[in-house]
Design a protein around this ligand. Structure first.
Ligand code: 13P
Ligand code: SF4
Length: 320
């Protein structure tokens, strides 16, 4: 298959992309799932938008024949693990994740071998191979619950996000051996900018994703998954929020509460858009049309690997 950029260039410029997407999603009996970090247009075209846990559940439960996953690779792979009889396509196969990349399975296997008395809890932002080496998977919305479900005297390796892991240690009082991975988006947020914004907007509530560095999290009023932060804008009476996560979520915040103000926290380098996830933002309307037309790029997986990765995911999902 030709490279994605060449396929986009070869698309007929006269094509009405919205009509074509509507036609193909009917023809393919497809469902479009989109993460909150996708471009506004993609979120609006999706049948379902959500955080990584909600999207995994939606993928598991769908009876659509094709899942067009507008997110990153580990999310589409999780969809395939949970619902293998569906065709799962990702608009751009290069949509990876720095956290997944930080945890090569051979290195995690070596750490496991060096600590045979530990169980491995992996954040869902990891490859199927890493999941297969794990005892539990968690997402940012159920991580606390997963850790608390493990007996207090059981030692834990937590991979791959060191910031989520350190936050969980503070929240649960559990010591854990932390893998030193991080998200290139959340590690870029500037504590100095946050302090400045807080002093300019004394009434603002600070919302932060647990992937942020501890220096940023210490100033947060509410810490949680993208969905938890979205819900906070509905339940909290504040009129102004400083948002320390990928700004794609602000689209949903504006939809549910348009009269409130949302201030995205910039990165340390204010000249770039580095608070946007470069992987998530690779997906476009053109690539969505191509993915449904060609059913490529498709997520495929060895059945042995799928079953091994399914086990810790199912353990997580059974917690409800
Ligand atoms: P959520 O679990 O909040 O969807 O987070 C996913 C993610 O990739 C955050 O960077
Ligand atoms: Fe990965 Fe960070 Fe992008 Fe989320 S925002 S997909 S953790 S690189």
């Amino acid at each position: 298959m030709e490279a994605i950029d060449a396929r986009v260039r070869a698309l007929d410029p006269r094509l009405d992309l919205h009509d074509e997407l509507a036609r193909l999603r009917r023809e393919r009996k497809a469902v479009i799932l989109a993460h909150y970090y996708q471009d506004d247009e993609i979120q609006d075209l999706a049948d379902f938008t959500g955080d990584s846990l909600q999207l995994a559940q939606a993928a598991r439960d769908t009876d659509a024949e094709v899942i067009l996953f507008c997110g990153v690779h580990f999310m589409a792979e999780t969809a395939k693990i949970l619902n293998p009889s569906r065709t799962v396509v990702l608009p751009d196969l290069r949509a990876g994740c720095s956290l997944a990349d930080s945890c090569p399975p051979q290195k995690l296997a070596a750490l496991k071998a060096a600590h045979p008395d530990h169980v491995v809890v992996s954040y869902i932002n990891c490859t199927a191979e890493t999941k297969a080496l794990s005892d539990w998977i968690c997402t940012s919305s159920n991580a606390r619950r997963v850790i608390n479900a493990i007996p207090a005297d059981q030692k834990i390796i937590f991979a791959p996000d060191r910031n989520l892991g350190a936050w969980l240690m503070r929240e649960t009082g559990r010591e854990m051996l932390l893998w030193q991975g991080s998200c290139i988006v959340h590690e870029t947020f500037s504590e100095r900018k946050l302090i400045e914004l807080k002093s300019q907007h004394k009434d603002a509530v600070v919302l932060a994703h647990p992937e942020c560095e501890p220096e940023v999290l210490q100033h947060a009023d509410i810490i949680g998954s993208t969905f938890a932060l979205l819900r906070a804008t509905q339940t909290n009476p504040a009129q102004r929020f400083i948002v320390a996560t990928e700004p794609g979520i602000i689209h949903q915040m504006r939809k549910v509460n348009p009269q409130k103000e949302y201030i995205p926290l910039p990165g340390r380098d204010t000249t770039c858009a580095c608070n946007e996830c470069p992987f998530m933002r690779l997906n476009t309307l053109e690539k969505m049309v191509l993915a449904l037309r060609d059913l490529e790029p498709r997520i495929e997986m060895d059945e042995g690997l799928r079953l091994a990765a399914l086990k810790p995911l199912e353990r997580m999902l059974a917690l409800g």
